[in-house]
Design a protein around this ligand. Structure first.
Ligand code: SAM
Ligand code: SF4
Length: 328
């Protein structure tokens, strides 16, 4: 098992396969001034498989495909099958806005994907456009159904809570867990990128505590559930009689850095050592310089040793990349 310089076991790799997206969520992608990785600089499916082989040989047990929007990648099925071939027993999840799932959920399952997390900030068809701009609740719900039918379960839903946009809609999303077996998770807004947008983000953060109070006041008490894994970033609860769970991810008000078990691979092959800092290593350079699985494993282990102890949002430090370049 790879350990970082602070003794944490790092066995979870999040792989961004694409920095483009069919949506433009307000806190993730601005409407203008975006620059995307040129196609020739994206890691190919074979290169992603090579990184997965190296990671499995180091002891990684969990992989998540993300983006941008991973379902926009034309060879996504090949990417999933490639990771599965390298790790028959590892856990492979994907985070997606769900819109394109109806056309590919079954093929993804057959290729070896275990389950999906689907991003939906509100069930309100008008207000969703304030946060997820070009999104459509009905299309995302159809994506959720397709994932359920294909067995990409248990399904988790991610909602980023933004003050003034969807902070009161958390109640209806949480209510779904009374009758559906979903893990609905509310995520505190994180400041990302350079410039004014990150300052705006800080002014719109809603703490998990506030979200939790709003939900409990409207629906009833939230009963705490035991943690499934020490590195689970979500604190999970259930309503009495509910069949799903309600989770809170609190990177701003209650960071989980001390239990962090993950590193990230960007679509252009940079290994990102912390979601909220710029520390990185260039794995694509190792691969395209002719390095095979041993060279990539060596680079992985050496880089992990340099993983920062935690983020420093309270010192005003955050990543200069935007979330669509990192994968969440
Ligand atoms: N497009 C997919 C999606 O939206 O799920 C995958 C990529 S997206 C970057 C991954 C996750 O990041 C999203 O589910 C969303 O919950 C989260 N996210 C994006 N920007 C965020 C921000 N500024 N603060 C907190 N979470 C954010
Ligand atoms: Fe796209 Fe996901 Fe970013 Fe929204 S959060 S713009 S769906 S990558």
């Amino acid at each position: 098992m790879p350990r970082d310089g602070h003794g944490r076991i790092i066995d979870y790799l999040r792989i961004s396969v694409m920095d483009r997206c069919n949506l433009r969520c307000s806190y993730c992608m601005p409407l203008e001034g975006l620059r995307f990785v040129p196609d020739e600089d994206l890691l190919t499916a074979d290169e992603i498989s090579l990184v997965a082989r190296a990671a499995v040989s180091c002891g990684f047990r969990k992989f998540r495909i993300t983006g941008g929007e991973p379902t926009l990648r034309r060879d996504l099925i090949e990417v999933v099958a490639g990771i599965r071939a390298e790790g028959p027993d590892v856990e492979i999840g994907m985070t997606t806005n769900g819109i394109l799932l109806p056309r590919m959920a079954r093929d993804l399952k057959d290729a070896g994907l275990d389950r999906v997390n689907i991003h939906i900030d509100t069930l309100d068809e008008v207000r969703i456009r304030q946060v997820m701009r070009f999104a459509d609740v009905q299309k995302i719900m159809t994506g959720i159904e397709a994932a359920e039918d294909a067995g990409l379960t248990p399904i988790k839903l991610n909602s980023v809570v933004v003050r003034g946009d969807n902070d009161t809609d958390v109640v209806e999303l949480a209510r779904q867990t009374l009758t559906r077996p979903w893990g609905v998770r509310f995520i505190e807004l994180m400041p990302m990128g350079d410039g004014d947008e990150s300052k705006l983000a800080l002014s719109q953060v809603v703490s998990s505590e506030e979200t939790m109070e709003r939900i409990a006041d409207s629906i009833g008490p939230l009963i705490p559930l035991p943690a499934t894994h020490p590195s689970d970033e979500s604190r999970n609860y259930q309503f009495s009689g509910g069949i799903g769970t309600v989770g809170f991810i609190s990177p701003v008000s209650d960071p989980f850095c001390s239990a962090c078990n993950r590193v990230r691979l960007s679509a252009e092959g940079k290994l990102l050592l912390c979601l909220l800092r710029d520390d990185e290593a260039d794995l694509r350079a190792v691969i395209r310089g002719g390095g095979g699985v041993e060279a990539v494993s060596h680079a992985l282990r050496q880089s992990i040793l340099l993983k920062p102890v935690g983020h420093a949002l309270d010192e005003g430090i955050h990543a200069s990349r935007r979330m669509h370049e990192i994968g969440g």
